[in-house]
Design a protein around this ligand. Structure first.
Ligand code: HEC
Ligand SMILES: [Cu+2]
Length: 314
């Protein structure tokens, strides 16, 4: 509708926009009206001579009633309208598809009713209501898709929810909107809204995460480079030698490292594979066991691509 707003891509967007627009127009109208009176009266009733005295005024009932009743009616109207929209946004329809959302520092995990899991990529069907059942594994996060006009905080030890019906096919940005630590700004995901046919293909797909692997026609190392950001590894692992939450990937392949259990290992393909799928098996000395397990989330092809990518970072 309005070009300065994000795209209108869900059933809830117009309702939110209309209330916002109404409140904005109303505020601008009263701002201009009051400013005009202020300036007009300042000129009209300015002191003209040394002996100009302010008359003694006791009140004007008519004006007082007007400036009490009109704002009250407007405020009640705004409240009622906002409440109607809010209730709509908080009441998911019974036929909504459920997606379990797990937020953690610093990635998004989506678990679907058909056993699929994706990281930082959410798949939904155009025209079909979907309900997010959300929890956090650590701190406060917030699920925010501006194009859908939906936002909800996510808490540890508690479920929160929101719902929407995507109305446009395409890819939309999902942000974490609650400051959640060092890599908060990297906590991004994409919402893929698929038409019914494309969704049916995605839904029936066998195996994990197929169709979500980024540009798998690329050579493995390049695909790995994309996965490094798309799957959120970059939140904890640098490629320039700096240690973040986890060790850097730069020069990792082939080196010898000490583990917290006292063992010393050499970084080869099998070690990397295990580190990605079951990170708790061996913990690098000097680091905390906080890496999420990617078992069941990344396909073999994707793990291989990541390994190939790590090998190129000399
Ligand atoms: C929440 C932060 C976090 C995220 C996200 C994360 N890791 Fe880790 N990773 C760690 C930490 C901490 C360690 C060191 C402790 C350990 O060995 O588990 C680690 C260790 C590793 C190691 C072993 C490093 C070494 O020096 O031996 C590899 C390989 C690895 N991660 C790959 C990945 C890949 C690939 C991804 C993305 C798919 C990823 N990690 C996502 C935190 C993270
Ligand atoms: Cu967050």
């Amino acid at each position: 509708m309005l070009s300065w707003l994000p795209e209108n891509a869900s059933n809830l967007a117009s309702g939110v926009d209309n209330v916002l627009l109404f409140v904005t127009v109303l505020s601008v109208f009263f701002f201009l009206l009051i400013s005009a009176f202020l300036i007009g009266f300042a000129i009209k009733y300015r002191r003209k001579t040394e002996h100009d005295e302010t008359p003694y005024i006791t009140g004007n009932e008519l004006i007082e009633v007007i400036w009490t009743v009109i704002p009250s009616v407007l405020l009640i109207f705004i409240f009622a309208w906002g409440y109607i929209e809010y209730r709509e946004m908080r009441t998911p329809p019974d036929n909504a598809v459920e997606v379990n959302v797990v937020a953690r520092q610093w990635l998004w995990q989506f678990d679907y009713y058909n056993g699929k899991k994706t990281i930082n990529e959410l798949y939904v069907q155009q025209g079909r209501p979907v309900r997010m059942v959300m929890r956090s594994e650590d701190v406060l996060h917030s699920f925010f898709v501006p194009d859908f006009r939906v936002k909800q905080d996510i808490l540890p030890g508690n479920y929160t929810q929101l719902w929407f019906t995507p109305t446009k096919a395409g890819t939309f940005e999902l942000f974490c909107a609650e400051y959640c630590g060092t890599s908060h700004s990297q906590m991004l995901a994409k919402v893929h809204v698929l038409g019914p046919e494309a969704y049916a293909i995605w839904e029936k797909g066998i195996g994990i995460d197929e169709g979500t692997s980024v540009a798998s026609t690329l050579p493995p190392a390049e695909q790995g480079a994309e996965l490094y950001t798309n799957r959120g590894c970059n939140a904890c692992h640098s490629i320039d030698g700096t240690a973040l939450i986890g060790p850097t990937f730069k020069g990792l392949f082939g080196i010898t490292e000490k583990m917290t259990n006292g063992k010393t290992i050499t970084v080869d393909e099998n070690y990397l594979r295990e580190s990605i799928l079951q990170p708790q098996a061996l913990i690098v000395e000097g680091y905390q066991p906080v890496m999420p397990a990617f078992e069941g989330i990344l396909s073999d092809e994707e793990v291989t691509a990541l390994i190939e990518y790590i090998k190129t970072l000399k």
